[in-house]
Structure formats: structure tokens, C-alpha cells
Ligand binder design. Structure first.
Ligand SMILES: Cc1cc2nc3c(=O)[nH]c(=O)nc-3n(C[C@H](O)[C@H](O)[C@H](O)COP(=O)(O)OP(=O)(O)OC[C@H]3O[C@@H](n4cnc5c(N)ncnc54)[C@H](O)[C@@H]3O)c2cc1C
Length: 506
């Protein structure tokens, strides 16, 4: 290996949150990973502040739940929708306590704090190399490999790398995506919003009296969102109007004039204010030979549901086990296409929902708001849960939900969560005494794929009863592969899984 050349199994371009969790999930496979990141510091722009219970479960499966809990707070406080005259149109309650995913449904955090935790966690893995300050300038597929050229920020010297696979986690302006195709599908939202992060003064009574939940100002004259990040941080997202002077909206004078009803410069410091163009897009190509996209490089959502990063984390959880097994030689590389098919249609549902949420907020029309949340009337106070779309066609026994949906997580008798039995591995929940009854080929499949067989406890039995089944195979990313009623059905399901892993469809 020369000084300016090195080869790895996987090269991840971009060490944002998606690149980091991708590397973390891949690290336990038998492979080498290089991460190339053009900046040295973590991005400090005001971006994600919310993730959901499913994403917390991905962190759990990556062995990070305890670390993430230190920088994120859970809440069930929900969201209040106010009209033009600050009248309450709707209170969208959050789900109280632990939700279906085994974690609270809503978590708030400051993105740079989260990214710091993710980066720190990568240092524990000798098979991960991180090169900061290296801008990827060129990349291409060459036969069964990919070649990458970078320019270092220190002396502008060039480095050359070769990878079996490249994962483009390089964000909205992705070079990896551009090198595949420039086609995008636009889902209909493209508008400028001013995003302001404030550090509140601890002695300020005004700041202390701000609500500890999110408020949507559905005021067509100035649509706006106010968020409570944590006890010291607040976020305002304000729509930029056609008459606004773009040069002036990030000025302190303009910002304080908007914030005047709630805060003055005595109450808080503007940490950052930035104009973003919110997009709603999905790239048409997510894979070209040995290059694959994940996160904002593949899709972008307006932040009205706090789901853009969540989708990227789901991408990582969906891709890492497939790619890990491809590189370990267990499965054919064609299964990577199933990642693209499954994730594309799943993310579309969330982006569509975020776009219509944005339109509803802007309209200020109470009827639209009740319709959006499928309520009979404005007084009805339903708790809101995120949708659970089925995956697009891929590695699961296609059929009606809950097949292809995210599975619930269960507590055992000592209050431990079921995923801890087999982090980021397959789990077969059952009440058919499978440990005693599985033989021959089926048992071999269980061994080959390191499937953890978990005997149903009361909580799992209740789930089984609702679905009228006696066994369920759950994938490492916790989506439901298949269900069975009896031993014969389990044998078929395992057989079907084995065939899918061989790249064969029924
Ligand atoms: C105002 C706002 C609010 C948001 N709120 C939420 C929210 O509440 N919840 C939520 O889920 N999502 C939210 N999002 C979306 C979320 O911030 C993004 O989806 C997320 O940051 C995407 O992560 P990523 O890792 O894919 O990309 P990025 O975070 O953009 O990381 C990409 C990385 O790649 C690096 N890179 C790029 N090009 C190269 C190159 N050529 N060579 C080397 N490195 C390169 C970049 O430097 C960067 O570090 C919000 C976004 C905005 C703008």
C-alpha cells in the first residue's frame, strides 16, 4: 500500500449522521470501512431536532441507546396548532409513555450533539478508518470495484482509494448521486424558510414561560413553527414571504421584530439563523453497480414532521445487513436492489405526508387541519402516531400488513427489551416449541443465519393473537419478513427466506 493509495471493502462518502450510523451498523461484520469527510468539524447549522421511536430502536440495535439518551429527551407533549389570531385550532397529543417500538415515540435533540455521540462511537472499531478534511472530487465504477479520488484540505494533495462498494452519504448536494444520474422526482414543495436557533437566558422569565411543546402557527400571513429543543435551546422556523427582503431576513433586527411577541434580546441569544430551501424530492437512481445512496443524497423531506434524518437512519438500518452479508460472501450482490425498492416507496409516504402537513399549516384552514389528522371535529384530541408504511417489494413474504411493516418490540419479565436478545440480527418469535421441533434443513437455516429463536411471552402472545399466527420472522432492521401458523408454515417460511437470500423469488 503506497502513501497515497489504500483499498477497503466499503468507502462511505460523508460523515453526517447517516454516514456515521451506517458505519456503526456495518462495523460488526467482517469487513473494512473507510469514511471520507470533507470538513473537520461537525456541521453546526440548525437542522434536525426530532427523531421517532423507530429511530431510537435503530440506535439501540447499534448499541448506542444509553449514549443517545444522554443527548436527547423524550416527550409526549405533542403539537398545538394555532390560527391567525393565536386561537387553538387543534392539540395533537403525543403517545404517552413507551410506544410500540419499545421506546417513547418522540425525542428532541440538537443535531451536533447527536453527531458527536455517533462519531465517538466509531472510534471503538479497529476496522473503521476515518479521514477528515478529504473532499471526494472524483469517483467511478471500474469492473467489480469503485475508485475514489480525494483532495486533502492541508496541502491539496491527492489520495486514491479503491472500494468494493461506495455508499454516498454525502447529503443534499451529493457528488455520488451526480455521478450516477441527475434525475429527480419532485413531490411538490420547494420554498424558503428562515430557521433560527436561540440559546435562552436562564434568568429570563419570558423564556421560562415559553411552552414545552411545539406550536404550529397556521397563519397564512406568516406561517411559523416554534419548538422546544431542551431547557437551554429554542427553535423558530419562519416561512420567508415573497415580499421579504432576502438580504435582511437573517439580520438581528428582522429576527427580533418577528420574535417580539415572545422574546427580546434580553431573553435569548441568536445562536444561528439560516435560510433553507425546503425540498421534497426523491432521486430516481439509488444504485449504479457498486455505488449506493443513503440519506439526503437519495431523498429530501421538508421538516414539518421531523422525519428527514429519520428516513436516512432507516436507510442505513435497511442497507447495512444486506451489504454486510454480501461482503462476507453469504449472499449475492443482487439483493442490494431490494434495498432500493423497499426504501423508495417507504420514504415517499413520509415525504408526501410532510408536504401535505406543510400545506395544511400554511392554509390556516381548520377544516383542512382536522381532515389532515383524520378527526371528526376540532375538539377531538387524538394522540398522533407516525405511519407504518409497508416496504416496497423486496425481502419479505409479500402480503397484507403487518407483513413488510416495522415490528413492535416487547419487554420480558425483567423489563428487558426483546431486541437485546439479538442486536441487529434475525429474530424468530414463536409459540410452537421450535427449539425442540426444528430439524434438518430448517435447523441448518437457523444456524446459518444466526437466527435467535425467542419463545413468546405474554406480550408476544397478545400480538400473535391479534394477527392469528404462532410464529414471526423479524429481520435485523426489525421489519417483518414473514408469519406462520404451524411447524409446516415455519419450515416454508425459513425455506422462502433461504431462497430470497440466494437471490431467488417465489
Ligand atoms: C431546518 C431543518 C430542520 C430539520 N429537522 C429535522 C428533524 O427534526 N428531524 C429529522 O429527522 N430531520 C430533520 N431535518 C433533516 C436532517 O437534518 C437531514 O436529513 C440530515 O442531516 C441528513 O443527514 P445525511 O447524513 O444524509 O447528510 P448530511 O447531514 O448533509 O451529511 C453529509 C456529509 O457529507 C459530507 N460531504 C458532502 N460532500 C462530500 C464530498 N464530496 N467529500 C467528502 N464529504 C462530503 C458533508 O460535509 C456532510 O458532513 C431537518 C433539516 C433542516 C434543514
Amino acid at each position: 500500500m503506497s502513501d497515497n493509495y489504500a483499498a477497503y471493502n466499503i468507502i462511505i462518502v460523508g460523515l453526517g449522521p447517516v454516514g456515521a450510523i451506517m458505519a456503526k451498523l456495518l462495523a460488526n461484520f467482517n469487513l473494512t470501512i473507510l469514511i471520507l469527510e470533507k470538513t473537520r468539524e461537525i456541521n453546526s447549522s440548525p437542522r434536525a431536532i426530532h427523531f421517532d421511536g423507530e429511530v431510537m430502536r435503530v440506535f439501540q440495535n447499534a448499541g448506542l441507546a444509553a449514549h443517545i439518551k444522554k443527548v436527547a429527551r423524550s416527550t409526549h407533549k405533542g403539537m398545538h396548532f394555532l390560527g391567525e389570531n393565536n386561537e387553538t385550532l387543534l392539540i395533537r397529543k403525543g403517545v404517552e409513555g413507551v410506544g410500540e417500538q419499545g421506546w417513547e415515540n418522540n425525542w428532541y435533540f440538537f443535531q451536533p450533539d447527536l453527531e458527536k455521540v455517533l462519531r465517538e462511537s466509531l472510534k471503538r472499531h479497529p476496522n473503521i478508518t476515518i479521514r477528515l478534511g478529504e473532499n471526494v472530487t472524483n469517483l467511478r465504477n471500474v469492473e467489480s470495484k469503485t475508485q475514489v479520488v480525494t483532495e486533502t484540505d492541508l496541502n491539496k494533495g491527492k489520495m486514491y482509494y479503491e472500494g468494493d462498494w461506495i455508499i454516498g452519504c454525502d447529503g443534499a448536494k451529493s457528488l455520488v448521486s451526480k455521478s450516477m444520474s441527475s434525475k429527480i422526482e419532485d413531490l411538490g414543495l420547494d420554498e424558503k424558510w428562515l430557521v433560527i436557533d436561540l440559546i435562552v437566558n436562564k434568568d429570563s422569565l419570558k423564556a421560562a414561560s415559553l411552552p414545552d411543546y411545539t406550536i404550529q402557527h397556521c397563519n397564512p400571513k406568516r406561517p411559523m413553527t416554534r419548538c422546544y429543543i431542551n431547557s437551554s435551546r429554542r427553535r423558530w422556523e419562519i416561512m420567508v414571504l415573497p415580499d421579504d427582503n432576502i438580504e435582511e431576513v437573517t439580520n438581528a433586527k428582522f429576527i427580533w421584530s418577528i420574535l417580539k411577541p415572545w422574546l427580546s434580546p434580553r431573553d435569548a441569544v441568536i445562536e444561528r439563523a439560516q435560510i433553507y430551501t425546503f425540498h421534497s424530492i426523491i432521486k430516481t437512481e439509488w444504485r449504479s453497480s457498486h455505488m449506493i445512496l443513503a440519506g439526503d443524497s437519495a431523498h429530501q423531506s421538508p421538516p414539518f414532521l421531523g422525519q428527514g434524518l429519520c428516513a436516512g437512519i432507516r436507510d442505513a438500518s435497511s442497507l447495512a445487513w444486506r451489504l454486510g452479508w454480501v461482503i462476507e460472501g453469504k449472499v449475492n450482490k443482487n439483493i442490494i436492489d431490494s434495498y432500493v425498492q423497499e426504501r423508495k416507496s417507504h420514504v415517499r409516504e413520509f415525504i408526501d405526508l410532510a408536504v401535505s402537513c406543510g400545506k395544511t399549516i400554511k392554509s390556516g384552514d381548520p377544516k383542512l387541519i382536522t381532515n389532515y389528522f383524520k378527526l371528526e371535529n376540532i375538539e377531538q384530541k387524538n394522540a398522533f402516531d407516525f405511519p407504518k408504511p409497508q416496504l416496497g417489494s423486496g425481502i419479505w413474504m409479500e402480503g397484507d400488513p403487518p407483513l413488510g411493516q416495522i415490528s413492535p418490540q416487547f419487554f420480558d419479565e425483567v423489563h428487558a427489551l426483546s431486541d437485546y436478545n439479538a442486536l441487529y440480527k434475525l429474530i424468530l418469535f414463536e409459540r410452537l416449541a421450535l427449539k425442540e421441533n426444528l430439524f434438518g434443513k430448517s435447523l441448518q437455516i437457523v444456524k446459518n443465519w444466526d437466527i435467535a429463536i425467542l419463545r413468546a411471552n405474554k406480550a408476544v402472545e397478545k400480538w400473535f393473537d391479534c394477527m392469528n399466527v404462532n410464529a414471526t420472522l423479524v429481520r435485523p432492521d426489525r421489519y417483518i419478513y414473514g408469519m406462520a401458523n404451524d411447524l409446516e408454515g415455519v419450515v416454508d417460511m425459513l425455506d422462502c427466506f433461504q431462497r430470497a437470500m440466494n437471490g431467488k423469488k417465489d
